[in-house]
Design a protein around this ligand. Sequence first.
Ligand code: NAD
Length: 356
Amino acid sequence: MLTVEPDSLESFARATIEASGATPEIAETVARSLVSSDLVGHSSHGVVRLPYYADQIAAGTVDPTAMPSIEQTGLFHQIDGSGAFGQVTGRRAVELLLETTNEHGVGVVGIRNSGHLGRIGEWADRIADEGLLFSSWVNLQGGAQRIAPPGTADRRLGTNPITFAVPTFDALDFNLLYDGATSQVAHGKIIERDGSGETLPPAWTITESGEPVEYAADFEDQVGALLPLGGTESGHKGFGLAIMAELFASLVGDGPVSTKESQDWAGNGAAFLAIDPSVFTTREAISIRVEALIEYLRSAEPIADDGEVILPGEPEHRTARERRDQGIPIEDAVADNLETVATDRDVEDALPPAFR
Ligand code: NAD
């Protein structure tokens, strides 16, 4: 395992993406997003994706120079990703939401044909950092089907994340952020275990026999499916949420839904919503209420000796603080893949010092 200093990892990611044909500005946007995922502990959405992006560019599913196109109807915007990197589309969506919400109190942006939007919490945090509420519903545009309807082991839906963020002003030093897949785990957590030899936690997946999938490599070979959030006991809840995310994203973004004919390409469609809470209440009131709620929640007595009440967004906040200080851990298998991409793109000199 290597430990890499965040800035040097970002420079490397930027050099690799630029060497794949992106403009310096686009390369910087994508690199910053990837490393921000590594920083908050979602390595599944970090630089581990660089080899996939290189493949997508080679296959023509991502155009490294493309910019999304935007249509406006009154207060509302729709973005067509037009083959651009999802991070470029995500950033544009945030800019449009901020402009509209700051002026009118509410903003809605629909997205279709986006490249992979990555960790949706990144976009949520950017909105909440400006004192606004955020929610989103994201689908995989019919591709990357991995969730099985309860009682089956057939892949029918993407891992469709649902995300909420609430600014906390003086109550906490991070935004409350719920950002999760509607499956038991994001698919990236399976990708991360591919090649590691570790068995998958049994609560994540299901096969036709009712048994879980044992290894990530089998799952990647189309064995079984991810269980919806709630697993074998309460999967109807995650399934319902996944369907709603599928349709909100499709109907607001005007993009496709999962069908038998869907192409297996993992871009995103989305509905992003922002609300200015100061239309309804004051910043002071928000801070007081959040503080009161948090204090009450944290007063619950943990059962385990080392137990504690952790808030949504807190694991990411803690990990980012630690990794900014101590560096980002990179698994050996990921480091090997990054070295291969660096060689293929002729940017070995940009590899972080920890690789030498
Ligand atoms: P997760 O299970 O790691 O976290 C889900 C939420 O739970 C987060 O808000 C986190 O802060 C919170 N949380 C985690 N541990 C906690 C604890 N102990 N106590 C309290 N709260 C806790 O997330 P996931 O479902 O594995 O998804 C990971 C990432 O994958 C997300 O950022 C999501 O946006 C991304 N994703 C993206 C796509 C896409 O197509 N772009 C698809 C699926 C998931």
